[in-house]
Design a protein around this ligand. Structure first.
Ligand code: C2E
Ligand code: CA
Ligand code: CA
Length: 574
């Protein structure tokens, strides 16, 4: 067979009728793993090229033969494939779809490119069939990762919060209780530091798997992070009462875990318990309460259990104090905006900057926003803070624009609470008008937590913002419910791949594959990608090689005060 094919090719190559363009085209086709279908409208000529036989076991000689292709794909994809093969919509240069081949095990992406003559009539058409089975599998894996903790197979934190919310809602309707047990392994640091992360991981895994045995219709179990677990119980009683579960956990912990190297290991846990409706009304608050009392259990000798009770709230004082401070703070004295550059990966030119808030404590130390923003979100202070962030960063941006005619994109982080305010858009527009900045230069960074509550309302608001010309960026992708399938149709422009992916993208092959698949799929959806937290040259080079569009991270630039951004702008100003 091969010999015949080769002879054919040689004959075609030698034939004077074959133009050099066509030779080149054929060469490209032959080195591709895709299959191509070429159709010439005027002559009616049809050719199948490259890897055709690895996709289809059929010959296509005339347009009627297209029908045969439909027999090769799964039913739900036939209609779209017909559309792709037959319609020649004017002005549409590229059109693509994804289809499963019969048997459902193999996936292909079909992409049509049509060439038109000067009068706008279709002249030629090429359809490329590309095998994307690998990427599909990764999307499924990503969906799994969105709900589960990879190490233990338990639910992850985000999904647990969601399910706990559902328990609470049901409990409200049926006047039942919901308990949360917050568990933390005692002296885990000692295990991790003393015996290494691998041993630590194994302990976490084995204990997690044991906790998994409590799972049931009324019991959900999750690993939050490191050595922290949480159990949610709907209508706790009998076998699923808090006491019974705690007692049986303690019994199990009397015996050692046996690690793969034969080593035996005994651990103890500190447990905090809080119940709906007494302790709190909402999932996150309930978890917080259980966590606070867990610390109490730890500080009173470890290896025990502590129920939530109101006076323990006093321990909260520290937090409340910070909260109050945030409310009364004179913004312009204690707050300052920093900006972190984002670069185009291809040529390292400046794409824009992300505005990041800094808080100067009384002693002059900078307090990280990851400490105070969550508190400000809880006590409502985030609203005035967010308004200040928008005004201050746009004011500074307008100043750069005047001085350096810069056309940077200004990315601003917007909290869910801030975003949901009815006057959010009107206030934002007022500020932009005041400083004469066009919305198209501003990118609003939102996290998935914005989308969770009311998807439709939030999406509508996003559409309005897009209408005004704002860019919308989905922040921290990969840490929440992130599934590529729900991204489809979201009115966003940009997706930021979370630092947690970038951290292990070089060392961990799984992360590498997933990151590649995210970049690939996100591109297909028409969004830009920004990789966050890029710290090394290796990470940078790798991300560039997989065509991630933009890079942000210490490797190219740390967050900096405005005057340092000006130095960058001076260099690039024309
Ligand atoms: P984020 O939006 O994910 O911002 C990126 C964070 O990663 C920033 O931390 C930045 O300094 C840090 N970062 C960037 N590159 C690297 C790197 O290469 N290595 C490491 N280790 N870190 C890197 P930052 O400024 O402390 O902000 C933390 C979080 O606080 C932000 O995460 C964001 O969620 C929130 N935040 C900051 N400013 C604002 C604000 O003005 N409004 C709101 N709502 N949230 C803000
Ligand atoms: Ca951000
Ligand atoms: Ca982020």
């Amino acid at each position: 067979m091969g010999g015949v094919k080769e002879r054919e090719e040689r004959k075609q190559e030698q034939s004077p009728a074959v133009s050099s363009d066509e030779k080149m085209f054929r060469m490209i086709c032959n080195t591709s793993s895709s299959a191509f279908l070429y159709y010439n409208f005027a002559s009616g000529m049809i050719r199948t090229l490259a890897n055709w036989s690895s996709f289809f076991d059929i010959e296509i000689k005339c347009r009627e033969d297209f029908e045969k292709i439909y027999d090769c794909v799964e039913e739900p994809y036939i209609f779209s494939l017909q559309e792709l093969l037959f319609t020649e919509r004017r002005g549409l240069v590229n059109d693509s779809m994804v289809a499963a081949l019969k048997g459902g095990k193999r996936w292909m992406e079909c992409e049509a490119t049509v060439k038109y003559d000067t009068e706008g009539r279709p002249k030629e058409k090429v359809i490329r069939f590309k095998d994307i089975t690998k990427f599909k599998a990764q999307d499924e894996e990503l969906t799994y990762m969105a709900y589960y903790d990879m190490l233990t197979g338990l639910y992850n934190r985000n999904y647990f919060v969601r399910l706990l919310g559902e328990f609470i809602q049901k409990a409200q309707e049926n006047q039942k209780k919901v308990a949360v047990m917050f568990l933390d392994i005692d002296d885990f640091r000692r295990i991790n530091d003393g015996l290494g992360i691998i041993v630590g991981d194994e302990v976490v895994q084995q204990f997690g798997q044991f906790l998994g045995t409590y799972r049931g219709e009324r019991v959900i179990v999750s690993r939050f992070n490191s050595d922290v677990y949480s159990i949610g119980i709907y209508d706790p009683c009998g076998e699923s009462s808090v006491e019974h579960i705690y007692q049986t956990i303690r019994e199990r912990l009397q015996k050692p875990f046996i690690l793969s190297n034969g080593q035996e290991f005994v651990i103890s846990v500190s447990v905090g318990i809080a119940e709906y409706p007494e302790a709190a009304q909402a999932a996150l608050e309930l978890i917080n309460c259980a966590e606070i009392v867990m610390f109490k259990a730890k500080s009173s000798g470890k290896d025990n259990l502590q129920y939530f009770d109101a006076p323990i709230l006093d321990d909260f004082l520290q937090n409340v104090m910070i909260g109050n401070k945030l409310k009364e703070v004179a913004f312009n004295e204690n707050f300052v905006m920093y900006f972190q550059p984002q670069y185009h990966a291809s040529d390292r030119t400046l794409r824009g900057v992300e505005a990041l808030l800094r808080w100067k404590g009384d002693d002059g130390r900078m307090i990280s926003p990851s400490v105070f923003i969550p508190i400000a979100e809880k006590n409502g202070a985030i609203v005035p803070i967010g308004t200040w962030v928008i005004e201050e960063s746009i004011r500074i941006y307008a100043d750069w624009k005047k001085k350096y005619h810069s056309s940077l994109i200004l990315s601003i982080n917007v909290s869910a609470i801030q975003y949901k305010r009815p006057d959010f858009i009107s206030k934002l527009m007022e500020t932009l008008e005041k400083y004469e900045v066009d919305p198209s230069m501003v990118e609003l960074e939102i996290t998935e937590s914005v989308l969770i509550d009311d998807f439709v309302e939030v999406t509508n608001k996003l559409l309005i913002l897009k209408d005004y010309g704002f860019k919308i960026s989905l922040d921290d992708f990969g840490t929440g419910y992130s599934s590529l399938s729900y991204l489809k149709g979201l009115p966003i422009n940009t997706l930021k791949i979370d630092k947690s992916f970038i951290d292990t993208v070089i060392s961990d092959n799984n992360t590498k594959i997933i990151t590649e698949s995210i970049v690939y799929m996100v591109k297909k959806l028409g969004y830009e990608t920004v990789a966050e937290g890029v710290e090394t040259k290796e990470q940078f080079e790798y991300l560039r090689s997989i065509e991630c569009d933009n890079i942000q991270g210490y490797f190219l630039g740390k967050p900096m005060p405005s005057h340092e951004v000006e130095e960058l702008l001076k260099k690039t100003a024309v």
